[in-house]
Write a protein that binds this ligand. Structure first.
Ligand code: APR
Length: 262
């Protein structure tokens, strides 16, 4: 393990344009369950998973009922969002923020809706699956802070008159084109991709490492994850550091700090 940590630190220090891709595994050490791990939300609650696949359609057909579900007026999903909003970053989030501050990681592209990368101080964060702290108008694309909107009347409405929804991208919902375009250009621009805490099975996000690999054989792709993923098995990644992101990423930063100090 130590050799791989040193190798990753060396690769990061030698990189010209490194980016990080992250998933739910980054936030389990902040008390938010992942989805497909042994204690994952979908693994332990098949009904919740089935409902998640109907959520976007519910919004399109009945935005009032959608909001009643999301606020926990009906059902239990609302409490999950509340839990996510209360969570705090862990050492893994701070490590990525520090790699950005050191000028090494240029951008974090995350599937996580918890806002913990920003809370930890990362500046350039692309929230590929949206955020629980934001609401979005699917008609004109405007986004607003969740805290600032009035929920007396449901659904809350945008200035353009359309119903607002959580910025969170539900299953079967298209990824907003602005974040998708920017994520793809970052993936095509990078010479190192540090992939942390994702099973890499959800598309189109899981395409990003493949786009980088197929664009150039020189790009370095490093996984930090509790388990191997299809990226490991298909040889898309160069190597996997198997373990917890909250433990491994700070160790990589320690070696980088030493390597960069005079
Ligand atoms: N450190 C490292 N890896 C971890 C940790 C940890 N502390 N905790 C869990 N993992 C690993 C799990 O073993 C699993 O491989 O993180 C991965 C999490 O995978 P998923 O639960 O599938 O989460 P993610 O890849 O982010 O899911 C993608 O699917 O359900 C949708 O929209 C949701 O954004 C989510 C998307």
């Amino acid at each position: 393990m130590e050799d791989l940590v040193k190798r990753a630190a060396k690769d990061l220090m030698e990189s010209r344009y490194a980016i990080a891709l992250t998933g739910a595994g980054m936030s389990t050490e902040s008390g938010i369950p992942d989805f497909r791990g042994p204690k994952g939300v979908w693994t332990t609650n098949k009904e919740a998973e089935a409902k998640a696949y109907q959520r976007y359609e519910l919004f399109l057909n009945n935005p009032k009922a959608y909001w009643e579900e999301m606020l926990g007026i009906h059902g239990t999903y609302g409490t999950f969002y509340e839990q996510i909003r209360q969570a705090e970053p862990n050492p893994g989030h701070y490590a990525l923020a520090e790699l950005e501050a050191l000028g090494i990681v240029k951008c974090v592209i995350t599937q996580n809706i918890d806002g913990l990368h920003k809370k930890a101080g990362s500046k350039k964060v692309l929230e590929y699956h949206g955020s629980v702290h934001v609401v979005r108008c699917v008609s004109c694309g405007l986004r607003f802070a969740r805290e600032g909107i009035c929920l007396e009347e449901l659904p809350p409405r945008c200035r353009c008159g359309a119903a607002l929804k959580y910025d969170v991208v539900h299953f079967k919902e298209p990824i907003p084109s602005d974040v998708m375009k920017e994520s793809e250009s970052e993936a095509l621009r990078c010479d190192l991709m540090l992939i942390c805490g994702t099973s890499a099975v959800v598309y189109p996000f899981a395409n990003l490492p493949r786009m980088a690999r197929f664009r150039s054989g020189n790009v370095k792709i490093i996984e930090v994850n509790a388990d191997p993923t299809p990226l490991t098995q298909e040889g898309i990644s160069d190597y996997l550091i198997q373990g917890k992101t909250g433990e491994i990423l700070p160790r990589i930063v320690q070696v980088v700090r030493k390597g960069m100090s005079p």
